[in-house]
Design a protein around this ligand. Structure first.
Ligand code: NI
Length: 157
């Protein structure tokens, strides 16, 4: 396993539309392990492949509430019309936070690291993370959707 370099704001890879993964191999699984390791080292709750320069449809999530998973070629569908606004940050936009409106409940269809189909509903923070990470695969950053976007207060506050 290896830590990967997290790409930040001005890197065009973050704006690239990611391609689907055609074949899930040991190489894919090694990449996913690196993504988890890189995410944990940065104290993140999610990481998308383009954030480490890989333009493939892969995200990893650990919401620290029991939802730890890798999603390959994920498709997200909002359930219902209800939305909520909440704070978000991104490892590719260090030092900033924002307020983003997201669907409160979503359905996700994807493949896992073994090539098995996974289908689940997500709510609350887990849903927000799914939306945020899957947006990365379309070159979308949360700041694009944020109603407010601001630097984090200094540690002296
Ligand atoms: Ni992000």
């Amino acid at each position: 396993m290896a830590l990967r370099n997290i790409r930040t704001e001005d890197d065009p890879v973050l704006r690239t539309i990611c391609k689907p993964v055609k074949e899930i191999t040991d190489k894919t699984r090694a990449l996913i392990e690196d993504m988890f390791e890189t995410m944990y080292a940065a104290n993140g709750v999610g990481l998308a492949a383009p954030q480490i320069g890989i333009v493939r449809q892969i995200v990893v999530i650990d919401d620290t509430a029991g939802n730890k998973l890798a999603l390959i070629n994920p498709v997200l569908t909002p359930i219902g019309d209800e939305t909520a606004e909440g704070p978000e940050g991104c490892l590719s936009l260090p030092g900033y936070s924002g307020i983003v409106e997201r669907p409160t409940k979503v359905h996700v269809d994807a493949l896992n690291e073994n090539g098995e189909e996974v289908h689940f509903d997500a709510e609350g923070m887990f849903a927000v993370i799914c939306c945020h990470e899957i947006d990365h695969l379309s070159g979308i950053l949360y700041k694009d959707k944020a109603k407010e976007y601001y630097p984090n207060s200094s540690e002296e506050d």
